[in-house]
Design a protein around this ligand. Structure first.
Ligand code: PLP
Length: 426
């Protein structure tokens, strides 16, 4: 494959955009460096780069593109938004319709508020939880990414539990010290931390199913116990469903698991590819938000008609019968093909999969927490990533990310991907 134009554009980008990318995860730093491929257009399951190469896409823009790129129904909605004005700074009927749709899909939401990103959504749930409880500390789980606001950019601790240290320059140590980090899927560490700090904790923040060190499901009974202890200590439970909502079923992972939080943060899929975030929860908690209550949160772009119409259209597509069954079927086919190829060529991998989301870890151990994900072989992953890319398969350039199948992928796409995996393992 020829990447000449991509490389030229990246060289130019380096002169004008810091690091040549608008989000660090897009660089190839985690896979040994090089120019990230510059994409020009996308349709269905495919991305096309500036050199005319085609890729079967499993990045799905880090998750939002579950219906495939440029889905006709969503494209129509975005066209309509462009023609009727993209921003009014006033209430619109679209945001009311969309809020109702989201509430119907995720019953723990009595009220919602739209924002512009997952980062904002999570950041605000924390503020609201603090306003509601009058407490400052939060507890999060090692390796879970919740956006880039100060509070959640805290190092993943591998000890049983620890007070946080900032993960990023510019985050005050004083802020990070309001964050307690414990390993995921380890109820003993959680209990220990809650015994020590529980009465100071405003909220326990978690992804109900982890998407940020690969797809990792909670062990049976784990989330139920987390919820019980959180409430015993007078803290709120926040689910960050930015990745998980509408990923595995029409609704949240909370519907699937039967464990409901007090507050939920949403993003990614619900925008149909346009910028969005949302948060919501119980009435008595959401009443703390301005203009009803003292917790301030606002946004010039919040609830903009383009994101609302795109999001409504995306959920309409996801309401079609059989969508999630199909994602599951294709996911199973891909996982089986990868495992068979691994067996044939003795590739030291293991997979975690739920429906159309899959992670291939370069380890033979079953991964249930961040420490294990971190210990997987990054160099082997980097080699695998490049071999896949050079065969026209676009994966996330990080060993921690999931592969996302979209409703646009065909069985032939999956078979072609399995052949590429076989070649890579060989
Ligand atoms: N929460 C989770 C679970 C995420 O995966 C992400 C982004 O990857 C975020 C929050 C932040 O969302 P955004 O990138 O839209 O700010």
């Amino acid at each position: 494959m020829n990447f000449t134009h991509s490389e030229e554009i990246h060289k130019e980008a380096l002169k004008h955009i810091v690091g040549g990318v608008n989000s660090p995860s897009r660089s190839y730093k985690a896979v040994g460096g090089g120019s990230p491929v510059t994409m020009e257009r996308a349709k269905g399951a495919y991305l096309y780069d500036v050199d005319g190469n085609r890729y079967i896409d499993y990045l799905a823009a880090y998750g939002p593109i579950i219906t495939g790129h440029a889905h006709p129904h969503i494209t129509e909605a975005i066209k309509k938004a462009a023609e009727t004005g993209v921003l009014y700074g006033t209430p619109t009927p679209h945001e009311v319709k969309f809020a109702k749709m989201i509430k119907e899909a995720i019953p723990s939401l009595d009220k919602v508020r739209f924002v512009n990103s997952g980062t904002e959504a999570v950041m605000t749930t924390i503020r609201v939880a603090r306003a509601y409880t009058g407490r400052d500390k939060i507890l999060k789980f090692a390796g879970c990414y919740h956006g880039h606001s100060d509070l959640v950019l805290v190092a993943a601790g591998s000890g049983p539990s620890q007070l946080g240290m900032p993960d990023s320059a510019g985050v005050p140590v004083s802020i990070a010290q309001e964050v307690i980090t414990v390993p995921y899927n380890d109820i003993e560490s959680f209990i220990e931390a809650m015994d020590k700090w529980g009465n100071e904790i405003a909220a326990v923040l978690t992804e109900p199913i982890v998407g940020n060190f690969g797809i990792v499901e909670p062990l049976p009974g784990y989330l139920e116990k987390v919820k019980e202890i959180t409430h015993e200590k007078g803290a709120l439970l926040i689910f960050d469903e930015v990745i998980t909502a509408f990923r595995f079923m029409y609704g949240g992972a909370q519907n699937l698991l039967g464990v409901t939080p007090d507050l939920t943060a949403l993003g990614k899929i619900i925008g149909g590819g346009l910028p969005i975030g949302a948060y919501g929860g119980r009435n008595d908690i959401m009443e703390k938000v301005a203009p009803l209550g003292p917790a301030y949160q606002a946004g010039t772009m919040a609830g903009n008609p383009a994101s609302m119409l795109s999001g409504i259209a995306c959920l309409e597509v996801l309401q079609e019968p059989g969508i999630y069954e199909r994602l599951d079927k294709l996911g199973a086919m891909l996982e089986e093909g990868i495992l068979k190829a691994a067996e044939k060529y003795n590739a030291p991998i293991t997979t975690n999969r739920l429906k159309g989301a899959l992670t291939v870890y370069f380890t033979e151990e079953k991964v249930i927490n961040y420490e294990q994900a971190e210990a997987t072989d990054g160099e082997l992953f980097a080699t695998f990533f490049k071999k896949m890319l050079h065969q026209g398969i676009n994966l996330a350039p990080s060993k921690y990310e999931a592969w996302f199948i979209t409703t646009a992928h065909s069985e032939e796409d999956i078979l072609q991907t399995i052949r590429a995996v076989e070649n890579a393992f060989k």
